[in-house]
Design a protein around this ligand. Structure first.
Ligand code: GTP
Ligand code: MG
Length: 188
């Protein structure tokens, strides 16, 4: 058949927001089963789900295939000492997944600062690439709603790119499919 279009996706957000947990959910839990746990369509092509998730050092690369696209996901570390690595991948990226811990009110301002740096970067600014936000950890009692997270990050001010925010619980995998379907539909 036709060769699948290759798409690079950067997964960004502060440390402890849940990036690696989200990406881990896309992997099949059973090695003999090539399909992911919640998706008929998203095939992970490298390894299977990991039980224990540890803070990412630097970054990890994961590959997935959907019916029409072949995704390479860069799961970046969100720790402050590694955040300067992010921009090295801006030029090559076709889409961004930005993950926020919805229960971390104290650091929402820091998340917004990092988002603003991203959106104003010369390799990102004015490009039409889709940005998918996960307002993650919706299961926690003090989690803000995705509308509140959207407001705190001033997402309405993003004019030059298609963007979308989904509430998610990465541990259960809730909300992830909706977000990825949006991303797939908006990645040209
Ligand atoms: P770095 O690699 O350090 O940038 O962090 P990360 O964004 O990859 O976060 P990671 O996936 O390692 O998750 C951090 C912690 O949050 C882990 O203990 C996860 O189990 C937990 N976590 C992730 N998603 C959720 C969620 O939706 N709900 C709850 N309650 N905990 C979550
Ligand atoms: Mg990580």
């Amino acid at each position: 058949g036709l060769r699948k279009k290759e798409v690079n996706v950067l997964c960004l957000g502060l440390d402890n927001s849940g990036k690696t947990t989200i990406i881990n959910q896309l992997k099949p839990s059973n090695p003999s089963n090539l399909l992911g746990p919640f998706s008929e369509e998203w095939k992970h092509v490298t390894q299977t789900q990991t039980q224990e998730i540890v803070p990412t050092i630097g970054f990890n690369i994961e590959k997935f295939k959907s019916s029409s696209l072949s995704f390479t996901v860069f799961d970046m570390s969100g720790q402050s000492r590694y955040r300067n690595l992010w921009e090295h991948y801006f030029k090559e990226t076709h889409a961004v997944i930005f993950v926020v811990d919805s229960s971390d009110k104290l650091r929402m301002v820091v998340a917004k600062e990092e988002l603003d740096i991203l959106l104003s970067h010369e390799d990102i600014r004015c490009r039409k690439m889709p940005v998918l936000f996960f307002a993650n950890k919706m299961d926690l009692q003090d989690a803000m709603t995705s509308a509140k997270v959207s407001q705190m990050l001033c997402l309405e001010s993003i004019q030059d790119k298609p963007w979308h925010i989904c509430g998610s619980n990465a541990i259960k995998g809730e909300g992830l499919q909706e977000g990825l379907d949006w991303l797939q539909g908006n990645t040209s």
